[in-house]
Design a protein around this ligand. Structure first.
Ligand code: FES
Length: 168
């Protein structure tokens, strides 16, 4: 017989602690899971969003394309509308630029500044970009416009998440 005999009281303590801990874990795990579930879900940011823009109607002139999608922010879902400036370059490749100015985030327009034809113009502080989204030196923006990855489906343009040019 071992010298370390477990008394009846100790046995009861061990058993109740074990069973109590198991039950507490069983109750807490679903609660924790529920609380962090939206955070654990994979982001849909890699998804491509359909736009109303027909591929066949894209020309070499930048055109404003508005598109909407549902955005989930943890538990909150909202309808978001984004914009892209879309055109075909000299090789026939589709270019989709973000309209968000890389200075302080205003929205750029195409060809609206009479003194700077065929450039993107930011009315907030006079920022200028070339047609390919390159910022014009000497104006406030310090980087190129972000670019959307593009896809085609059933003749329509799909856009991914806009990225800074270096990562694009
Ligand atoms: S926000 Fe566009 S130039 Fe300042």
């Amino acid at each position: 017989m071992s010298k370390h005999r477990v008394s009846r009281r100790q046995f009861l303590n061990y058993t109740l602690t074990g069973v109590g801990g198991f039950m507490a874990a069983g109750m807490l795990m679903p609660m924790v899971r529920f609380a962090v579930d939206p955070v654990l879900k994979a982001s849909a940011s890699g998804d491509f969003i359909p736009t109303p823009q027909k591929i066949s109607e894209i020309t070499e002139e930048p055109t404003r394309v508005d598109f909407s999608f549902e955005q989930k922010d943890a538990w909150y879902t909202s309808e978001v509308t984004n914009t892209a400036w879309v055109y075909k370059d000299e090789n026939g490749e589709i270019v989709a630029l973000s309209p968000v100015c890389k200075h302080l985030g205003c929205v750029v327009d195409w060809n609206t500044d009479k003194a700077n034809q065929n450039r993107f113009y930011c009315p907030c502080h006079g920022g200028l970009y070339e047609k390919d989204g390159t910022n014009v030196p000497g104006t406030p923006p310090i980087a190129k416009l972000d670019v959307y990855p593009t896809q085609e489906k059933d003749g329509f343009l799909l856009l991914g998440k806009a990225k800074p040019r270096e990562e694009a």
